[in-house]
Design a protein around this ligand. Structure first.
Ligand SMILES: O=C(O)c1ccc[n+]([C@@H]2O[C@H](COP(=O)([O-])O)[C@@H](O)[C@H]2O)c1
Ligand SMILES: Cc1cc2nc[nH]c2cc1C
Length: 349
């Protein structure tokens, strides 16, 4: 647990309740817009506004490399992390496409890519050139984990200062499903066999090898499972730490946070273990195909908005779910009440 008091205030429960009552005055049978109504209530509580605004959204993609890639745990080579950062910078990745449709502010942050990146449109906030191989030694030191958390806090702070009203957090890091699976096993006690999955597409013997690498690392790194920073440092990733830091900063600023898939949810679980006050600020964008995601969501008692068989990362699930948040706020702000529209409500019948 965190040794400092939380900087996150609880959502405004009284306002959320008032908005819930107001929803029942709008021209629809009470509750008939289902989870969209729950979303509107949640957003009112988070923002402290009767008519919350979520536009423009800010998308931050954290990129970092993983030493454990040398164990052959990914279907793609480590160089793809830097190559995809170049693709993000050029505007050609899936998240670029979705962010443009949302008119989102998009920032790509190098928190730990191996090698130097030339792109000027990328925020260079590198803590180290990729983690160490967690199969052989701790992925990083506690100080490096803290530094990566701070990278995330700064990025969320920039999004807020730029006027963003909702934070979408994505990641890019070859082999980060190995780190995330190891962290999730440590944080929940679930067997690796239940959590491990294909990531970018490993199958058959390669998947059995990935499982064995993670199981051995859990024994050899022996993290203190009650200490989330220890789990992060020994088994985690720089982008995973940065995501956790970004969530915390956004919650401190009362911004709703849309969480992506497997890696993003493991980062969210880590951040909630560091500070449980974060949890009400998290809205889960989608259920990933990665098998461990179900367990990570269950650990957070989370029900995601979409289930589209995605397993990409980058913030793409939230990029697709964001229009639901917009619809929830527009419904609240623009629908007529029974009185305004001259529609009989049940009480008058
Ligand atoms: O978000 C997810 O649920 C997700 C599931 C599987 C893979 N990914 C992405 O794929 C990469 C990690 O896969 P791997 O096989 O290299 O560990 C990393 O860049 C993630 O963004 C993402
Ligand atoms: C091509 C590619 C794109 C990605 N985006 C997020 N993770 C990724 C992994 C790969 C391999």
């Amino acid at each position: 647990m965190n040794d400092r008091p939380s900087s996150i205030v609880p959502p405004d429960a009284a306002r959320a309740e008032r908005v819930g009552r107001y929803l029942d005055t709008l021209t629809k049978p009470p509750g008939s817009l289902g989870r969209l109504e729950a979303l509107a209530v949640t957003l009112a509580g988070i923002t402290g506004e009767d008519f919350p605004r979520v536009t423009p959204p800010g998308v931050v993609v954290f990129a970092a490399d993983h030493g454990v890639a040398e164990e052959g745990v990914s279907a793609f080579p480590q160089a793809v992390t830097a190559q995809m950062v170049a693709n993000f910078a050029a505007g050609g990745a899936a998240i670029n496409v979705f962010a443009r449709r949302l008119e989102a502010r998009l920032e790509v942050v190098d928190v730990g890519v191996a090698g130097e990146l030339p792109q000027t449109s990328v925020v260079h906030d590198k803590v180290r050139h990729g983690t160490a191989n967690l199969a052989r030694e701790a992925a990083m030191s506690r100080d490096e984990a803290r530094a990566a958390l701070a990278v995330g806090r700064r990025a969320a702070g920039r999004a807020a200062e730029a006027g963003c009203r909702c934070l979408i957090v994505g990641e890019m890091g070859i082999a980060n499903t190995t780190a995330s699976t190891a962290m999730l096993a440590a944080l929940t006690g679930a067997p690796v066999a239940e959590l491990v999955g294909p990531g970018t597409g490993v199958a058959g013997e390669a998947l059995a090898h990935k499982r064995a690498v993670i199981e051995a690392a859990l024994i050899e790194r022996a993290p203190d499972t009650a200490d989330p920073l220890d789990v992060l440092a020994r088994l985690g990733g720089l982008e995973i730490a940065a995501m956790a830091g970004a969530y915390r900063e956004a919650a401190t600023r009362r911004m709703p946070i849309l969480v992506d898939g497997f890696i993003a949810t493991v980062a969210a679980l880590t951040a909630c273990r560091l500070d449980p006050a974060l949890r009400p600020y998290l809205i889960f964008g989608h259920r990933s195909r990665e098998p461990g995601h179900a367990r990570a969501l269950a650990a957070l008692d989370a029900e995601p908005l979409l289930d589209l068989d995605l397993r990409l990362g980058e913030g793409t699930g939230p990029g697709l779910a964001f229009p639901l948040l917009e619809a929830a706020t527009a419904m609240l702000a623009e629908m007529a009440t029974f009185a305004q529209a001259g529609v009989d409500d049940r009480a008058e019948r």
